[in-house]
Design a protein around this ligand. Structure first.
Ligand code: AMP
Length: 392
């Protein structure tokens, strides 16, 4: 997956106009940045390009303006933050056109500019060739450092990259690719996967792909109930995706054929309603009037016992409704256990990442991925649009 990709330190940036596709899609409230992690993480590539004497053109999307100018989704606060905390970053309140070109032409080596939100232009999400060409005219070198956008065939990820001869992955993307490559090509054994979250339908493709790679798959969260239901267990009022029962049965059959152990909850923390009082259910079966909202203590112990000898472990999706203290125990127990393991640990997906942060163990995880959707798609297809565009 990684062969054929150059990294930013392998291309000549000196005095070049270098377009860096970053991920500055940060939470904003009334123009105030709520979490700057993504900006802070992008700095290593930006600083490197500056040091090499590049004229740095930063570009990102923010939110979903759907091809229209939405002032609340302007990237101006990001430019202000960069100027205040790192180095002077000139904000350009446009993306393409004469004025932008003129500004870029005035740049000196080491200068940094940030373009306006790429998604203000309808051509970005449509991967419009003429928008990609306009972006291409602004730069000599293309760097992609936005893993979380690499599964999207958008102009700044795909069309633009394909137009440039000199292109590479930034340091953030490099790290993501190196870790996922550890899973995709000949992983260390045993390799285990823990999956949870709301919908099995979102993760069917990934589970199928992982059945060819993993040694064990642990399933918690709401998606476990579709698996339990499909195998004839009473799940009461738990979330079940009835349209996917057949697929889930096929997955279970494939797991048996491939000799991949699939572990499901054996007890549960339930409630009569979504936010009701917790009721512990000691058995695999759940009474008619209850719904499962977290894995129970026996399940957490079972999962921990079975995970303990992992050499590499990947986790995506909470074990229960972890947003509520009443149903967060399973998720935090598994998060902490994975963090303490003497193994390579990779965590992806917004909810699992926020769970490991809340549990205070993020710094013990080998790799916390910045892209939930992108990481699932990468595991499913072994590549992404943005990765292929860098190889083209
Ligand atoms: P996902 O985005 O698919 O990873 O799903 C994350 C969401 O799944 C979180 O908001 C959890 O609250 C929710 N979730 C996890 N377990 C359950 C469950 N047993 N019942 C309902 N929702 C759940």
């Amino acid at each position: 997956m990684i062969e054929g990709i150059k990294f930013v330190n392998e291309v000549n940036l000196k005095s070049k106009r270098v377009f860096i596709r970053t991920d500055f899609n940060v939470p904003l409230k009334n123009g105030v940045l709520q979490d700057t992690t993504r900006i802070d993480e992008a700095i290593s590539t930006v600083n490197y390009a500056k040091k090499e004497g590049a004229k740095v053109i930063l570009a990102s999307h923010l939110g979903r303006p759907k091809g229209k100018i939405v002032p609340e989704l302007s990237l101006k606060p990001v430019a202000d933050y960069l100027s205040k905390n790192y180095s002077r970053t000139a904000f350009i309140s446009d993306i393409t056109g004469k004025a932008v070109k003129a500004k870029v032409n005035e740049m000196k080596p080491g200068d940094v500019i940030l373009l306006e939100n790429l998604r203000f232009h309808p051509g970005e999400e449509k991967n419009d060739p003429s928008f990609a060409r306009d972006l291409s005219e602004l730069c000599d070198v293309y760097i992609n450092d936005a893993f979380g956008s690499c599964h999207r065939a958008h102009a700044s990820v795909d069309g633009l990259a394909r137009l440039k001869k000199d292109k590479a992955a930034g340091f953030l993307l490099k790290r993501e690719l190196e870790y996922f490559d550890m899973i995709l090509s000949n992983p260390k054994r045993p390799f285990y996967v823990v999956l949870g979250g709301a919908k099995v339908s979102d993760k069917i493709g990934v589970i199928e792909a992982l059945l060819d790679k993993a040694d064990k798959i642990f399933i918690g969260g709401a998606m476990a109930y579709t698996f339990l239901y499909a195998s004839g267990v009473n799940v009461g009022k738990s979330l079940v995706e009835k349209d996917h029962i057949e697929t889930v049965r096929k997955i279970t059959d494939k797991a048996k054929k491939n000799n991949v152990a699939m572990l499901l909850p054996v007890d549960h923390v339930c409630s009569e309603e979504f936010n009701g009082d917790p009721v512990y259910v000691e058995s695999r079966d759940i009474p008619e009037n209850l719904m499962g909202l977290d894995i129970g203590g026996k399940t957490a112990d079972l999962f921990k016992r079975e995970i303990a000898d992992a050499k590499i472990i990947m986790w995506n999706g909470p074990m229960g409704v972890f947003e509520s203290d009443k149903y967060s125990r399973g998720t935090f127990e598994i998060a902490t256990f994975i963090a303490e393991l003497d193994a390579i640990s990779i965590v992806g997906g917004g909810d699992s990442v926020s769970a490991i942060k809340k549990a205070g163990v993020a710094d013990k995880i080998s790799h916390v991925s910045t892209g939930g959707g992108a990481s699932l798609e990468l595991l499913e297809n072994s590549t992404l649009v943005g990765i292929e565009a860098l190889k083209s």
